[in-house]
Write a protein that binds this ligand. Sequence first.
Ligand code: 5AD
Ligand code: FES
Length: 369
Amino acid sequence: MSDLNDLLYKKNYTVQDIEKLLSLRNTEDVERLKNRANEILNSHIGDSVYYRGIVEFSNICALDCHYCGIRKSNKQVDRYSLDRETVVSSAKWCADQGYGSVVLQSGERRDPAFVDYVEDLIREIKKETRSEKLPEGVGITLSVGEQSLETYRRFFAAGAHRYLLRIETTNEELYQSLHPASQKLEERILCLDYLKEAGFQVGTGVMIGSPGQTTAMLARDILFFKEKDIDMIGMGPYLVHNQTPMASEGQMEKDELLQLSLNMIAVCRIVLKDVNIAATTALQAVVPDGRERGLSYGANVTMPNITPTEVRSSYKLYEGKPCMDEGRQECKSCLLGRVRSIGRDVAFDQWGDSKHYAARKAQLEANVC
Ligand code: 5AD
Ligand code: FES
C-alpha cells in the first residue's frame, strides 16, 4: 500500500491522516507503522531506554475524577502519606542503582502543608543524591497535579525540572464526562502553560479508550501535543476500577485496547519525533509484556516502581495494576530483563532529558539574543 508509505513519511499531519494511522490493524500495516516509529526513534534520539524510579508518595486526593481508584469519594481506600525519610531514602536507593531520575507522584492536593512538603522533599533529594556520577543529584519529575504558577515556580526553584500533567483528553465533552463539573479542561491547559512558563520540561498525555472517546478525538489530542510543543508523553489505556462511578460503563476489549494504545505510541513518535515517550505501567496491566511492547512501538522511557511494598496496594488507580506485591528489587531485575528481551538497553546514571526540550530551549535562547 503505497498510500501508507506516503502517510508514514509525511511532513505535516492532518486529523484525518492521524486517524488513518491509529486505525491500522492488519499485521503487515502495523509492522510498517512500528518500523517507521523505530526509524524515527533511532534517527532522532537513539534507542536507549531511560528509567524513572517512581515513588507514589501519597494517595490522599482532594479531587474526584470519575475513573480513578484513589478519588476522594472512594472511602474503601486506606489513605497514606510517606514520611520525608522514606521518600528521600527511596530516591537515594534509585541513585545507588544507577537510575538517574525519579518521579514523585501523589494524589492531588493544593493546601500549603502539601506544597511545603513537596518543596522540602525536592530540596532534600537533590542534596542527598549528589555523587560523582550525578553531580547535581537525581533528575526529579513531579506528578502532583494542577497547582498555581507560583507553586510551580517554587517546585522548579527547589530543583525539580520535569513535570507530568496528563490532559486525559482535549475533547471538552469527554473531559467533562470524566470529571466533576468543578474540574475544567481550560484550567488543565492553563496549567500546562504555567509549567512551561516556570521552566519545566512538560509532559502530558491521555487515557486511551475511555468510554465515549473516538479515534478522531485521539488524533486531535496528538495535534494538541504538537501545537503545545510538549516535551514528554505519558499515556496509557483506560482500565476500569471497580470502586468508581465509571465502572458500570465497562472498558474496551483488551486486544483492541492494546493495539490502539500501541498505535498511539507509534503515531506520537512519528508526528512528534524527538519527545520522550513512556511505556507506562498500565500497558502491563493489559498484557504481561505490555511495557516491552510499548518500547518496541517507539517509547524510550519506563518507570520502575520503587514505592514501598506495604503501601503499593493502596495506590491502585485501576484494576489489574501490576507489581503490587513486588518490591523495588524485584521490579529492578524484572524490568531490566524485559527491556533486554527486546534487544534494548538502559542508559544508567543519566537524567535522560527530552531532546525536544533541548531544541526548544536553544530556540528560545536564539530568539532572545
Ligand atoms: N485507568 C487508566 N489510567 C488511569 N489513571 C487514573 N485512573 C486510571 C484508570 N482507571 C491515570 C490518569 C492520571 C494518571 C496519574 O493515572 O491518566 O493522570
Ligand atoms: Fe515490577 Fe516486573 S516490573 S515485578
